[in-house]
Design a protein around this ligand. Structure first.
Ligand SMILES: CC(C)(COP(=O)(O)OP(=O)(O)OC[C@H]1O[C@@H](n2cnc3c(N)ncnc32)[C@H](O)[C@@H]1OP(=O)(O)O)[C@@H](O)C(=O)NCCC(=O)NCCS
Length: 179
């Protein structure tokens, strides 16, 4: 499996003035288990990448140009609800507990194409995402990363080293990992 930044692919298509072809190509991505993951790649990932709002990475099979899976990373932050214990706030805010907001990296999207539903590649994908975040963190700092997921995925992320932080207003769970 090969992880390739979307930025690199965009450049290749721009050089040959075929960015519209790339826009058509990403429309083939199907993720019926999470239609937001599907819609983001199809409709927004390229433009978000071009304006640095979020950076996307593709996972390709070594011998194919078909997108197997992808993840998108962004700078973000969390506003703590009153239920977040001081112990966790201290961990995420360099010992401070009096602040309500902390900056963080966000794994904004992560998902694989339906064609690979039976292949266990999520852990590989997440490891690649964490590597990219660690690189950013080594340059500009940052204390933690989080993901927002459906309650059904809580155990999945816990198994991969994430801890429950709080439930956001959209009813998604915010799960964090200290870097
Ligand atoms: C998340 C994902 C990349 C993990 O891939 P993976 O590690 O290869 O593992 P699986 O696809 O087998 O998923 C792991 C478990 O989570 C469950 N799961 C995955 N996505 C789910 C979803 N959107 N809703 C409910 N359950 C989901 C799977 O059914 C599986 O459960 P099981 O262990 O009881 O069989 C992949 O499942 C995926 O692309 N899901 C759809 C998109 C998504 O939900 N992304 C997460 C957004 S936070």
């Amino acid at each position: 499996m090969l992880v390739t930044p979307l930025e690199k692919i965009i450049k290749r298509f721009q050089d040959t003035k075929r960015l519209d072809d790339l826009r058509l190509l990403v429309k083939r991505f199907e993720c019926s288990r999470d239609l937001d993951v599907q819609a983001f790649l199809r409709d927004r990932a390229i433009d978000y990448d071009l304006c640095y709002r979020a950076k996307t990475y593709f996972l390709f099979k070594d011998d194919s140009t078909e997108v197997v899976a992808y993840f998108s990373l962004a700078m973000s932050g969390v506003t703590f609800s009153e239920n977040v214990p001081d112990k966790i706030k201290r961990k995420l805010m360099y010992g401070m507990t009096n602040k309500k907001y902390a900056p963080a990296y966000l794994i904004a999207q992560i998902g694989k194409d339906d064609a690979y539903a039976d292949e266990k590649i999520g852990e590989y994908l997440l490891t690649a995402a964490m590597e990219a975040i660690q690189n950013a963190r080594n340059y500009i700092g940052g204390r933690f990363v989080y993901v927002e997921c459906k309650p059904t995925l809580r155990a999945y992320y816990e198994k991969l080293g994430f801890t429950y932080l709080q439930t956001a207003q959209n009813n998604l769970l915010q799960m964090f990992q200290v870097l």
